[in-house]
Design a binder for this molecule. Structure first.
Ligand code: SF4
Length: 386
């Protein structure tokens, strides 16, 4: 066997928190694929990978890990995957992409595995259990196995099925909740309801899994932002997930929502309005103990994060600090944030050098193109992340 040529099939995305996890693909693309705001799996057909193929990938990953550890011993690193081993692999063209990504996974030592793609709970329970059992058998060192799932697919599983899946090794599920507002879920063609979100979240928790719910600030647009904030908080208050993750709306041209925006059926909020919406949302979270994370590059304020309920005042203060800035300061902050210079208002206040550079850059744009020119500049920078 030519080990360097072994290959693992991989899907296009994983959550930011899984950037250092082993990626293993169980299904291809999304079985729903209709959400108006979603650009990810457009024009790609959903399929379940045959179990035999998944097991083959797991075995290939194991073979690569064994080979990398043997290489480490030959190089004098005693089996550890350190800079020397990673540099050796990166500098040698005989090693393929999968081999390199496994080396990086070992280097970070996260002991975590993320199962791709969009909804693995749509798989028959027996298939999922077979794959998880084989994965745990081949990788007893893996301590965290996570996946994306749609709430409708989870809600369809019986408590017994979810308990079997948990026992086989799945310990965290990332759910794209987006909103708890039913009219908005319908408008966005999310194919689920607030009640189904609640049922799914509660079932996963009852089965002993961690639940990570993604919320999309901005999704209500100017027409439904208030209901979006209130109903989403109300839904999450019934679930009490382990994690609430914010991932603000952006609208790439290839989405159906872009067409709605062009036709005027959807009016996007300004950044400052989204901040106000997030403030209302955080205020309405009540009686839960979730961790709130704002770990997505699309979010304006990364430090709206912490553990509920104790960090709620600090999260609100992070928002208030932004709202206390003058119009000009907020503009500078937004340009800096979209250029990855700031993560919070604290960064903005302490980094005077960057602030000055941005101020003169904005003045130049404003002189030639006016305020609209600066807003265009911010949009263009944001689009580079899409
Ligand atoms: S369910 Fe998720 S992956 Fe599928 S279309 Fe909706 S947002 Fe995209």
């Amino acid at each position: 066997m030519n080990i360097e040529m072994l290959h693992l099939e991989q899907g296009p995305i994983r959550p930011p928190s899984e950037s250092r996890s082993l990626l293993l693909r169980l299904t291809r693309n999304c079985p729903w694929n209709q959400c108006l705001f979603c650009p990810v799996y457009k024009d790609r057909k959903f399929s379940r990978r045959p179990v035999a193929e998944i097991l083959q990938d797991i075995q290939a990953a194991r073979d690569m890990v064994d080979d990398i550890q043997a290489l480490s011993r030959r190089l004098g690193s005693g089996g550890a995957v350190d800079n020397r081993v990673v540099s050796h692999i990166a500098g040698n063209s005989k090693y393929g992409r999968s081999y390199r990504s496994i080396a990086v996974w070992l280097y970070y030592g996260t002991s975590a595995c993320f199962l791709q793609d969009a909804d693995n709970l749509v798989l028959p329970t027996d298939d999922l259990v077979t794959a998880l059992t084989f994965l745990k058998e081949k990788f007893p060192e893996i301590t965290r196995i996570t996946t994306y799932a749609r709430s409708r697919s989870v809600a369809r599983k019986s408590p017994d099925a979810l308990a079997r899946i948990r026992t086989a090794g799945l310990n965290r599920v990332h759910m794209g909740l987006e909103t708890g507002c039913d009219p908005l879920l319908k408008f966005m063609k999310k194919g689920t309801t607030s009640a189904i979100h609640v049922e799914a979240g509660q079932k996963l928790i009852d089965a002993g899994m961690e639940v990570s719910e993604y919320v999309m600030p901005g999704l209500g647009g100017q027409g439904m932002w208030r209901e979006h904030a209130i109903e989403t908080a109300r839904t999450l208050n019934q679930i009490n997930p382990h994690f609430i993750r914010l991932r603000s709306l952006q609208i790439p041209e290839r989405t159906a929502l872009h067409q709605k925006r062009l036709s005027g059926d959807f009016v996007m909020q300004h950044d400052d309005q989204v901040v106000e919406e997030i403030r209302l949302f955080i205020e309405m979270l009540d009686g839960i103990t979730s961790m709130v994370a704002s770990d997505h590059i699309m979010n304006l304020l990364e430090n709206v994060s912490g553990k509920l309920p104790e960090d709620k005042p600090a999260m609100l203060e992070a928002i208030d600090a932004y709202q206390r800035l003058s119009d000009t300061e907020r503009l500078i902050y937004r340009v800096g944030r979209r250029g990855s210079a700031f993560r919070s208002v604290d960064d903005f206040l302490t980094d005077t050098q960057t602030r000055q550079k941005l101020t003169s850059m904005i003045e130049k744009i404003q002189t030639s193109e006016g305020l609209d020119g600066v807003e265009r500049f911010i949009s263009n920078m944001t689009e580079t992340y899409l």
